[in-house]
Design a binder for this molecule. Sequence first.
Ligand SMILES: [Zn+2]
Length: 317
Amino acid sequence: MRKFLLIFLSIILIPQLQAAEITATSCINSEIDVVVLGSGGPELTDRRASTGYLLREKGKARFIIDFGAGASLNFERVGGKIEDLEALLFTHFHVDHVNDLPAIIKASFFSDRERDLPLYGPTGNHIIPSTSVFVERQFGVNGVYPYLSDFLTGEAVYRLIPIEVNADHDNPRLFTTKIGDFSIQAIGVDHGLLPSLAWRIEKDGCSLVISGDTNNSGKTLEHLAKTADIFIAHHAVPESSKDHVAQHLHMKPSEIGRISRDSKVHHLLLSHFMHRTEHTEDETQSAIRSYYNGPLDFAKDCDIYQLQTGKKIGSCM
Ligand SMILES: [Zn+2]
């Protein structure tokens, strides 16, 4: 078997993140939106799909960001076509962010996709494999789905190409690339022991930023989220939480509010709910409002938000 191709894209080293180029421009494209494929976390009792988002332009699927359990059903509900996708982007490899990946790779066999599909994700460590090893262990000839290995070897009609992005939040480096006519940026964020990334996707001055799961101890999010048209922040612990483990992994609403204020985000969308953050809307709002006074929404599965206005424009339910 031919070993599958690893592509290491150039990463721009920026000693001082403040010096990096994220310029404030206004969104001039009304046809870019984001679909919430899943607004939940790992629980299976919350009546929400696990985490996933779909960025579309003119109703066409362009980028999937995370793809947890149930996200594939909502991708189907919104009429997403695998052949339209530019890339899959992953924040990290916890189950609730990646569990529907085999489903979409298998389903692609029945789609019209012919061009290679890049899969971007974090570097690994002693706790969890890197993106390339993660993909190999699933779809390689010795992986758990060897019957899908053609997608790595190039013997299928297209090739799945894993691309690793440095997720070190202690020495954060802004990753930048261009995919199609979209500008993509990512930066390492602190999610306990798991290497994790936050993502920014931008076109025509319209920007979507997704925090991923993080406690933001490295203060890397406020840089990436600068003047984001929509900032999706993961709301997995309530303001009143005394759970030290949870707080080690996630940020409280007050931190989300502070980031949103400091980054001057245009619209804040809370997602990745868990039982402990359901029915805490008043407490959450007041914690956020002590920092940030802009538009604020609580995501539900299948919600569709337009980047230009930040407004909900539909649902795939
Ligand atoms: Zn999660």
